[in-house]
Design a protein around this ligand. Structure first.
Ligand SMILES: [Mn+2]
Length: 404
C-alpha cells in the first residue's frame, strides 16, 4: 500500500506581507498555491500511489471561490484517469456544508463529510484492502475528543488508517486529543491542523505533514507532503518538498559600516545568498553599528524597505521579495557616573512638587486630547517619579558601585 498524506493546503490563502505594484510578480504569486497542488498531483502519479489522503483545511475559507473549486475538481480528475483515489476530510477552516459546492465531486473522491467518525473501505491495486476511519468539521469548532470514537482495527481489511484534523491538548476547540487516545493497532495516523511538520509517534507512525506551502513568515518549518509505503508490518516514510515559495530569514551585520555603505552591503549580501526558488520571501535581520546607527535605521526603515523591495525584485530570473526588515536591539553601554546613586533620589524629590512635575510634563498635559483625559493625583506623581528615577539608575553605573 502506497499513499501520499497532505493537509492544510489553504489553497485560497494570500501570502502575508506582499505589497507590490509589479503586475507580473502579483500574477506569479497568485499562481503559487495552485502550482503546489499540481505538483502534489504530479508526485502521486509519478510515485503511482494507491491514494491521496487530504486531512482538512484544503480551502482557507468555508466558502471557496468557484474558480478554486473547479481547479481542484480538475486536478482530482487527473488522478482519476490514473486510477488513484482521493480521501478527503474538511477541517475547521473549510468545515463542510454541501450546498457551497458548485460541482459534483469526481468518482474517485471519497469524502468524510460528517462530524461522527465513519469508516471507508478501499481496494488497493495489488488486491489488498484498507479501512480508513475519520471525520470532518461541519462547524468551525469541535470541542469533543473525537479520538475516543474510533473503531478497533478492522479484521476485514489488510490495513487500517486513522484520519484526524485536530490538536493534541487537554481541551480546546479543535477536537482536542491525547496521543494515547489514538488507536495503537492502526498502521498509520494521518493528522492535520498543525502547520509545522511533526512526527508525533513512531508506532504507529503518526504525522502532521504541516502545510505544503507556508503563507506567513512563521511557516518556515515545513517539509511538504508525507509519502508512505506499508508492506505487512513494515512502514517506510519520507517527505516530498513541494513548496514554490520559501520563507527565509537572513541576518546581516552593519557593524563597521558607514551610512553610505549600508544599502549596498544589504543588497550584496542578499544576492550572495543565491536564493534559487521561484519565489523567495525574505525577512532581513540587521544588526546596527551603534546606538546612533540603531536610531537611524528605526527612523528610515520603511523607506529602506520600499527601496530594497524594488531593487531586489527584478535582479534575478527568480523573484526575491523583501517582506520586512527587522532590526536587532543592541546592548547599550552603561554610563559611568562620578557620584553616588543617592543623588538621583535627591533630584527625584524635587519633582514630587506638583508645580515642578507639571512643568516637566507640560508637553503631555497641555496636549488637548491627552490633557482633557488625564489628571495626575499625588499618588500618580509619586509613582511616576519613582519609576523614572529607577529608569535613570538602571542606565548608569555609579561611583559607589551600586549599579542598582
Ligand atoms: Mn485547521
Amino acid at each position: 500500500m502506497k499513499f501520499i498524506h497532505m493537509a492544510d493546503l489553504h489553497i485560497d490563502q494570500p501570502f502575508s506581507g506582499i505589497t507590490t505594484e509589479d503586475v507580473t510578480f502579483q500574477k506569479e504569486i497568485q499562481k503559487i498555491n495552485y502550482k503546489v497542488f499540481e505538483t502534489i498531483v504530479d508526485d502521486c502519479i509519478k510515485e503511482s500511489v494507491d491514494f491521496l489522503l487530504i486531512v482538512g483545511d484544503t480551502f482557507h475559507q468555508a466558502t471557496s471561490s468557484i474558480y478554486t473549486q473547479k481547479f481542484l475538481m480538475d486536478q482530482f480528475k487527473r488522478l482519476e484517469k490514473q486510477h488513484i483515489k482521493v480521501i478527503m476530510s474538511f477541517g475547521n477552516h473549510d468545515y463542510y456544508t454541501k450546498n457551497r459546492y458548485w460541482f459534483e465531486w469526481p468518482e474517485n473522491v471519497v469524502l468524510f463529510d460528517k462530524e461522527e467518525v465513519t469508516t471507508h473501505v478501499l481496494q488497493l491495486k495489488n488486491g489488498q484492502s484498507v479501512s480508513i476511519s475519520g471525520f470532518s468539521y461541519e462547524h468551525q469548532w469541535i470541542t469533543a475528543n473525537k479520538a475516543l470514537e474510533y473503531p478497533n482495527r478492522s479484521n476485514e481489511t489488510d490495513y487500517h488508517i486513522g484520519f484526524y484534523h485536530g490538536e493534541v491538548a487537554q481541551e480546546g476547540k479543535y477536537a482536542p486529543f491525547r496521543l494515547s487516545d489514538l488507536k495503537s493497532t492502526y498502521d498509520y495516523w494521518a493528522l492535520g491542523h498543525i502547520h509545522k511538520t511533526e512526527e508525533l509517534m513512531d508506532k504507529p507512525l503518526t504525522i502532521y505533514p504541516g502545510t505544503p506551502q507556508g503563507h506567513t513568515r512563521k511557516e518556515r518549518q515545513t517539509k511538504g507532503v508525507s509519502l508512505v509505503e506499508v508492506n505487512g508490518s513494515s512502514v517506510s516514510q519520507r517527505f516530498i518538498e513541494v513548496s514554490k515559495a520559501t520563507w527565509v530569514q537572513q541576518d546581516i551585520s552593519l557593524k563597521e559600516t558607514t551610512r553610505a555603505d549600508q544599502l549596498t552591503k544589504i543588497e550584496k549580501e542578499i544576492m550572495a545568498a543565491k536564493y534559487m526558488k521561484e519565489v523567495t520571501l525574505l525577512v532581513v535581520k540587521l544588526s546596527p553599528s551603534s546606538e546612533e546607527g540603531l536610531s537611524e535605521l528605526l527612523l528610515n526603515k520603511e523607506e529602506m524597505l520600499g527601496y530594497l523591495q524594488r531593487q531586489l525584485l527584478r535582479k534575478t530570473s527568480y523573484y526575491i521579495w523583501l517582506v520586512d526588515i527587522v532590526i536587532e536591539p543592541i546592548e547599550m553601554d552603561q554610563l559611568i557616573m562620578g557620584f553616588d546613586s543617592s543623588l538621583v533620589d535627591d533630584l527625584a524629590q524635587h519633582f514630587l512638587n506638583r508645580n515642578e512635575f507639571y512643568d516637566v510634563a507640560k508637553d503631555i498635559v497641555q496636549q488637548p486630547v491627552i490633557g482633557a483625559n488625564i489628571a495626575f493625583d499625588e499618588e500618580d506623581i509619586t509613582r511616576i517619579v519613582e519609576e523614572s528615577s529607577q529608569l535613570v539608575k538602571d542606565k548608569m553605573i555609579f561611583k559607589n558601585g551600586v549599579g542598582q
